[in-house]
Design a protein around this ligand. Structure first.
Ligand code: PMP
Length: 429
């Protein structure tokens, strides 16, 4: 049966609609109903579904006309706050991307428009991290969790030994998944000290035949972050950088593979970035699903199947924004400043607030803290939310509070949090 596709065919089916004579695709938000290219001439359409019936309401005013106060300071660990500039740019391009007459969400992933988007995103990321041509950059799906399996599947054989330093819940999860596809060994674990430390690498014994050493560069839940990276005597260095990706410069050439979910520092959830040395590609175990095989994705430039197009576009906007800020050297300076004022407030509170993490390895991204009077923690979180500072609750496995202060958290957000903490202390000490 032929599908009704033209506006007029649709009109025949619903005489309440009249086509816009001159649909202004660049200014869609000027009509009362922007979901279609039509003006409604009668009452809103009532849409019935199985569970409920609803009436279409006009979409909200565009963000530009809302005041900045409408946005909260979002301290969530991920998905996390995105740069306001990026959101506004995405908003302005949402309906009609750069005159293409389409939203990025509607584009073919094989069309020239999307190809230009993914290529620019890759090239900007290469500039930001100074990634050489010896490395492939892949935009994948499945989150960092999928990489916990993909890494051993691609890099080693089932009987190969691989080393893990377990500094928190995420490296522990990666270790457990690797047990299915390799023979991982934990050469250090911070579990007995509640994951508050990172070991000095010189004191560690690596397995002589280890094919790689896996680390988590920043433990999102526990707030411990490597300040410099080990150089394994045996094998390659593999790092989960999900929660500090692009927060500071990194010497990529030290690593065999770096991976990161986008949803903390560089975009929305749904995109996972893998940076892998090219000569490691092409040795996947036979059982490796096609979607986890780096060779498939590298050969097809991340377009083997439909990629998370909109997410990649958003990452591209974030990369542009990071370059505009002067690159990762400048970004790191801002991150250090934010973290410094927050840790100073905690350490200067005479024990009212406490951060359990050893000072030398405190994360610039995720700042966990507790209250000496733990019975006040729920009240702290509640009052902060009233002041438009949200998502300050610590991870359910550790409790307390956690402020995630990724790249996109403005200094003003941290200053406001610190002012609130001082006021809360004055009222409750
Ligand atoms: N590694 C780290 C360091 C993380 O913070 C997370 C998510 N919070 C993951 C891995 C898992 O990522 P995803 O949810 O994208 O699978």
């Amino acid at each position: 049966m032929a599908m009704a596709t033209s506006p007029h065919a649709l009109l025949l089916k619903n005489p309440n609609l009249t086509p816009l004579k001159n649909p202004n695709f660049n200014n869609p938000i000027t009509t009362t109903n922007t979901n279609t290219r039509f003006n409604l001439t009668t009452k809103p359409i009532s849409i019935k579904c199985a569970a409920t019936s609803q009436t279409q309401t006009p979409i909200q005013a565009p963000l530009q006309t809302q005041s900045h106060q409408d946005r909260v300071f979002n301290f969530a660990a991920g998905p996390a706050t995105l740069p306001e500039k990026v959101l506004l740019k995405a908003q302005s391009e949402l309906y009609n991307w750069r005159g293409s007459g389409m939203s990025v969400m509607e584009m073919s992933h094989r069309g020239k428009e999307f190809l230009s988007i993914i290529q620019k995103a890759e090239s900007d990321l290469r500039t930001l991290l100074n990634i050489s041509d010896d490395y492939s950059v892949l935009f994948l799906q499945g989150g960092a969790t999928t990489q916990f399996a993909a890494i051993p599947l691609n890099l080693v054989n089932p009987n190969d030994t691989v080393d893990f330093i377990v500094t928190g819940s995420w490296s522990d999860k990666a270790f457990k998944e690797a047990q299915k596809y390799s023979k991982p060994s934990t050469i250090w674990s911070g579990k007995s000290e509640k994951y508050t430390k990172i070991p000095s690498f010189h004191d560690l014994e690596q397995n002589p035949d280890a094919k790689f050493l896996h680390i988590c560069a920043n433990e999102t839940i526990h707030g411990v972050e490597y300040k410099d990276y080990p150089s394994p005597k045996n094998g390659l260095l593999v790092a989960d950088m999900s929660s500090n990706f692009c927060s500071k410069p990194v010497d990529v050439s030290k690593f065999g593979l770096i991976y990161a979910g986008a949803q903390k520092n560089v975009g929305p959830s749904g995109v996972t970035i893998v940076i892998i040395k090219k000569d490691l590609i092409g040795n996947a175990q036979e059982i490796t699903p096609v979607m986890l095989d780096y060779k498939i994705h590298a050969d097809n430039k991340s377009l083997y199947n439909t990629p998370p197009c909109y997410g990649i576009y958003m990452c591209g906007l974030v990369f542009e924004d990071l370059l505009d800020q002067g690159g990762l050297v400048e970004v790191e300076k801002k991150n250090k400043k934010k973290a410094e004022i927050l840790y100073n407030a905690i350490d200067g509170s005479n024990g009212f607030y406490r951060c359990p993490v050893e000072k030398s390895v405190r994360s610039l991204m995720n700042v966990p803290f507790t209250l000496e009077k733990s019975e006040l923690e729920a009240e702290f979180i509640k009052e902060a939310a009233k002041e438009n500072m949200v998502q300050l609750k610590g991870h359910r496995s550790v409790g307390g509070m956690r402020a995630s202060i990724y790249n996109a958290m403005p200094l003003a957000g941290v200053e406001k949090l610190v002012a609130f903490m001082k006021d809360f202390q004055a009222r409750n000490a």
